[in-house]
Design a protein around this ligand. Sequence first.
Ligand SMILES: NC(=O)c1ccc[n+]([C@@H]2O[C@H](COP(=O)([O-])OP(=O)(O)OC[C@H]3O[C@@H](n4cnc5c(N)ncnc54)[C@H](OP(=O)(O)O)[C@@H]3O)[C@@H](O)[C@H]2O)c1
Length: 284
Amino acid sequence: MSKEVKPESVSLNPLGTAAAPESELLCIYGTGDLGRSLGLRLLQSGYRVVYGSRRPHSCGPLPQGAQVMSHAAASQSAGLVFICIHREHYEFLEALAPQLKGKVLVDVSNNLKKNLYPEANAEYLQRLVPGAHVVKGFNTLSAWALQNGPTDANRQVYLCGNSAEAKQAVAEAATKLGFSVLDRGSLSAARELEDFPLQLFPEWRLPLRVAVGLTAFFFFYVLLRDVVYTYVYEGKDISFRIMVSLANKVFPIVSLIMLALCYLPGVIAAVLQLYRGNQIQAFP
Ligand SMILES: NC(=O)c1ccc[n+]([C@@H]2O[C@H](COP(=O)([O-])OP(=O)(O)OC[C@H]3O[C@@H](n4cnc5c(N)ncnc54)[C@H](OP(=O)(O)O)[C@@H]3O)[C@@H](O)[C@H]2O)c1
């Protein structure tokens, strides 16, 4: 790794070795976990990357091919700046407002709990740098997911922002990185996006209702068939079995149906893909 030290700029590798000189230059503020993973992914996707850091000469190891400079110098020639910094450190960006005017700022930040601040992080950033176009996005991806590339379970990037052009620019980068983009509207949706990573099993209600409904249905079915029928037609009282043998029938039946409901759609989809001969065509 060659290191060229200039007063304000450190090149971790000659830029030409990582991406063609004509490829677009993107800026990342922050050389932490997310900044590093994102930078690596951008470089692998053909972008040039420049980091803005408080310590351009002593920050940790960065992806080969990236440059690192002071914040002001880094964003000078990039139109799009990823802010990979925790919200509590955003204040310094206010002083950079003149340099960041007209640029697209991507707010990737998350919070440790809901309603920690009166306004969403992205709205706060927009207030600090009113001349920039803030887009909220990428916050639902972990550094690990960014570094390893999209997987089936982690392929979506949610975006929101007030400028359609700015969102388009971020969406293009996300698409080039292999993610699919979901536009959630204006910046007022930022809080909702920031709450996504804090949700634990957000869609638990329907599966729970299905499981309880199936359990009740099969319990009464087995009760009628095994206990009531035997009592009425054979005169035998086997109600003592309700708690054990009925439960032993009901729970496996419900478990198997729940498993089938989870996996059967995937199996049907796979069969459909084999039939169509490709895996790219979208499902209805
Ligand atoms: N890690 C993840 O998986 C993940 C996933 C989704 C979203 N995020 C979000 O991404 C952002 C960065 O997360 P991270 O995990 O990369 O954090 P991190 O590893 O702690 O890195 C944050 C970076 O911010 C810069 N920084 C720290 N204090 C600063 C200050 N006082 N003023 C200016 N810059 C400062 C530092 O870069 P320099 O030393 O170069 O200035 C530091 O490396 C956070 O908002 C987080 O919520 C992270």
